[in-house]
Design a protein around this ligand. Structure first.
Ligand SMILES: Nc1ncnc2c1ncn2[C@@H]1O[C@H](COP(=O)(O)OP(=O)(O)OP(=O)(O)O)[C@@H](O)[C@H]1O
Length: 547
């Protein structure tokens, strides 16, 4: 997923090459003065030295600031990309992937903030190393071969050992994914955990503690290994210096007068070599993070892109007929038990109908609602909107529907097309839902306050109605309402919406109000067990209750 382009490499080279040459200039001056050699600009060496330092300083400020800006832009763009794919994925994909992986991937992405800076330092270090080795070559070819052979052996050992650590790093990231799941349980299940000390202790002792303990073990193991590897490599350099100081002069590969220059060069390349070594742990972590991000994107990318075409997004279309033909949906099950299947469902819903969906717990009502709202797509069968089959990206279809789900969510911000300010319909709905006393004014912030469960559902209903879409889907909306609002919903709101030819599909267990439907569809074990298309209003409540 993260690849550095040729343009970016060229940009980094534009910084690294002059920066390295300037730094080498400093080395040459220091070396020249120490050895007493005559050099260019001999009289003005001090000025040259301070000029080089000044230019190098300014160059670093200019490029490093650009690199920092680029790094953060890259992170934010990628965060947005991940969210874009996430928003385009289907419900079943999200369920398969698991929410906690999103947090993990966002954390993985943070590591790449350092990437451009690290690549720049890597290039600088490699160039410095190559130039120093070239200098070595001018002194003695054999000495260079010996030095390169020792450095390569140490580097090879380092890379081999750090490659072996990839598995541990991956394990650590997986432990973090599981940790985020526990954090999710702690945050969402806070009240349930507060209530039971057994539950709280089990979460803490059996899940959180082993997870964090293993994580800390793995992390300190990896950090410890890298420490040993880094020390091994740093001390390996003393080995090279020792060979240059004591072994090679004895073998007469160069004179004693050259030893000091070579050792200064070796001390000089210590920095770049140490940087290259230290960066290896970053590269290993980046490789693991990159693989995890790519796997996540692969899992999530398989859905068609959202169509954000203006006409499609406009909504407010007409619904003449909504038809299900042989629609089937199967959940996947990780365990050996038979997963739930819905269908085949054959159903036609007409404009202006008020349809109640009833059935026992687990009979498939919410699964049907997910298909009806286009949030899930059928595995078999077809759905037709106004006679046209709904295929591929079904955003156009979804734009006909507003819904209040049983686990509805009120957003922190206002993402809708309509405005709340100076909106007469909003004020009217606030009044009839008796929320005008709770919400002091009609700005966006006031609409996001903390509501009670029933109030929250009423607010969600207001938002759904303000969308002015032809179909309104409600999943157990009245379940959280007090008797007054329950009655209000069935006896005042539904008739008002019916009079406006709104098509209403409501999941309900309120048998006392069944007579307010035009039609009742009953689900049983995933199948439509009854589809009563009669004038239910004329039936008595007792008969309806028997359903
Ligand atoms: N994401 C899922 N993965 C696997 N099985 C699921 C999933 N969601 C629901 N099911 C199963 O599908 C069946 C039908 O569930 P559904 O939520 O549609 O029932 P329901 O009629 O709405 O029930 P209730 O009245 O309790 O809300 C259940 O057996 C449930 O275990």
């Amino acid at each position: 997923m993260y690849k550095i382009s040729l343009r970016q490499i060229l940009f980094l080279l534009m910084f690294s090459v002059p920066n390295t040459l300037l730094t080498l200039g400093i080395l040459v001056i220091v070396n020249g003065i120490l050895s007493g050699r005559k050099m260019m600009f001999q009289d003005k060496l001090g000025i040259v030295f301070f000029s080089i330092v000044g230019i190098s300083f300014l160059l670093n400020i200019f490029f490093q600031r650009k690199i920092i800006a680029y790094s953060y832009r890259m992170i934010y763009e990628n965060e947005m990309n991940i969210m874009r794919y996430f928003l385009q994925s289907s419900l079943s994909q999200l369920e398969k992937i698991g929410m906690q992986r999103v947090y993990g991937v966002i954390e993985d992405m943070r590591i790449f903030t350092f990437l451009p800076g690290i690549v720049a330092t890597t290039i600088t270090s490699i160039i410095t190393l190559l130039i120093c080795l070239f200098y070595f070559l001018t002194v003695s070819v054999f000495a260079t071969i010996v030095v390169v052979a020792i450095i390569l052996t140490i580097a090879g050992g380092y890379f081999w050992a750090s490659k072996k650590l990839e598995g541990r790093i991956k394990h650590q990231r997986e432990l973090n994914d599981r940790y985020f799941r526990i954090v999710d349980d702690v945050l969402r299940g806070f009240k349930e955990l507060k209530l039971s000390d057994t539950r709280r202790n089990k979460l803490y002792e059996n899940f959180l503690r082993p997870n964090r303990a293993t994580s800390s073990e793995v992390e300190s193991y990896v950090a410890g290994k890298y420490l040993v590897l880094n020390l091994f490599s740093q001390y390996g350099l003393y080995l090279v210096i020792g060979v240059v100081l004591f072994v090679l002069p004895v073998m007469h590969f160069f004179g004693k007068d050259q030893v000091s220059s070579l050792v200064v060069v070796l001390f000089f390349i210590r920095g770049p070599i140490n940087s290259l070594i230290a960066m290896q742990s970053f590269y290993t972590k980046s490789i693991v993070a990159n693989r995890r991000i790519s796997a996540f994107l692969k899992d999530i990318k398989n859905s068609p892109p959202c169509n954000t075409d203006e006409n499609v997004a406009a909504g407010g279309k007409r619904l003449e007929e909504l038809r299900f033909e042989g629609v089937k949906y199967h959940y996947q099950s990780a365990s050996s038990e038979k997963p739930f299947s819905l269908g085949p469902v054959d159903l036609t819903i007409n404009e202006g109908e008020t349809v109640f969906i009833i059935g026992g717990n687990g009979s498939g009502k919410s699964t049907f609602i997910n298909l009806l709202t286009g949030i899930s797509s059928p595995h078999e069968g077809k759905i037709f909107l106004n006679g046209k089959e709904v295929r591929g990206d079904n955003q156009h279809y979804r734009n006909h529907i507003s819904a209040v789900f049983s686990d509805h969510h009120l957003f922190y911000e206002h993402y809708e097309q309509y405005s709340l300010e100076n909106n007469g319909e909003y004020e009217r709905l606030l009044k009839i839902m008796e929320l005008d006393k709770v919400i002091p004014n009609n700005d966006d912030v006031a609409a996001r306050k903390k509501f009670s469960k029933g109030q929250g559902k009423r607010m969600a209903m207001i938002f759904a109605l303000l969308e002015e879409r032809p179909v309104l889907v409600l999943d157990e909306w009245a379940a959280d309402q007090d008797p007054y609002f329950r009655k209000f919903f069935y006896e005042r709101l539904l008739p008002e919406l019916r009079a406006k030819r709104k098509t209403i599909i409501a999941v309900t267990h309120d048998d006392a109000y069944f007579r307010h439907a035009d039609r009742i569809v009953k689900f049983d074990y995933g199948k439509v067990a009854k589809d009563i298309f009669i004038n239910v209003q004329e039936m008595d409540t007792e008969t309806l209750k028997l359903w």
